[in-house]
Design a binder for this molecule. Structure first.
Ligand code: PAF
Length: 269
């Protein structure tokens, strides 16, 4: 496994390389990331993991500062899973200019769900993905369904630039108690993890009622009763029509964002 720390080096290393599988991450790797790596290895792709905590996608500076960093464990996980290259860019490899001006237009989730509650977040995600993809000319891009809104935004962006990159959506991996694996779970104590588990299991059991209810105040209050400090949204969305819905169907997913002990968690099912 090669560890590459600059944009120039990774670009040189990958010149003339074909069949690349790229897994962009912000580190603090867990079994969810590992499942993406395994998918890439299974396809016999030259597998590249990037680790870069992108300041541009954090609308809250404190959130950026406290984002968990576990680089030596991350490298161990990559090595164990036979990753070919780990790309660890410095901030000026990604953002060499002093003042970053982004002109990314986000057509989906504008003023809705993550787009509403994290202004500028998706613009920052697209910016970093755009720059990472200019360093890593990948064939496949592996993305987790845990961040389904992000997955849709990135797919739409790639379609809009007529990119040939094939996006591989990967299922969410869950802990035994039902919560989606996330780097942010590292910031929670056992009691909070148990609370998150109770919330997600309760919501999953009541999925159709949540979808059908126009006013899901009842469920939002329930989430708070379980111990969440705040709920940003609990919304049903049709993945095929790409719009809000109150009709249960195979394409309908419930999305939520809530806080436990000051830590913001997102999930969808
Ligand atoms: O999903 C993430 O970890 C990040 O949003 C991504 C895609 C690596 C961009 O920083």
């Amino acid at each position: 496994m090669k560890i590459i720390k600059t944009a120039n080096k990774i670009t040189t290393e990958l010149t003339n390389k074909k069949n690349i599988g790229f897994i962009p991450t912000m580190g603090c790797l867990h079994d969810g990331h590992v499942s993406l790596i395994r998918k890439s290895k299974k396809k016999k792709l030259l597998t590249i993991v990037s680790i870069f905590v992108n300041p541009l996608q954090f609308n809250n500076k404190k959130d950026f500062k406290k984002y968990p960093k576990t680089i030596s464990t991350d490298l161990r996980i990559c090595k164990k899973n036979k990753v070919d290259y780990v790309y660890l860019p410095q901030e000026n490899d990604i953002y060499p200019e002093k003042k970053i001006v982004t002109k990314n237009k986000i057509h989906f989730f504008k003023n809705y769900m993550e787009g509403k509650f994290r202004p500028g977040h998706f613009e920052g995600v697209i910016e970093v993905v755009k720059r990472l993809l200019s360093h890593i000319k990948t064939t496949y891009l592996f993305l987790g369904k845990k961040d389904y809104q992000q997955l849709i935004i990135i797919k739409k962006y790639l379609e809009s630039i007529k990119s040939k990159i094939k996006v591989v959506p990967c299922d969410t991996i869950r802990a035994k108690n039902g919560i989606a694996l996330s780097s942010r779970n590292k910031l929670l104590d056992q009691k909070s993890l148990n609370t998150a588990g109770k919330i997600i299991n309760f919501l999953k059991k009541n999925k159709n009622q949540i979808i059908k209810s126009n006013r899901n105040i009842f469920f939002i209050n329930k989430i708070k009763e379980f111990g969440a400090n705040k709920v940003d949204y609990l919304s049903a969305f049709n993945l095929k029509q790409l719009k809000k819905t109150n009709k249960p169907s195979v394409n309908t997913r419930v999305f939520l964002a809530y806080y436990i002990n000051g830590v913001r968690l997102i999930d969808n099912f």
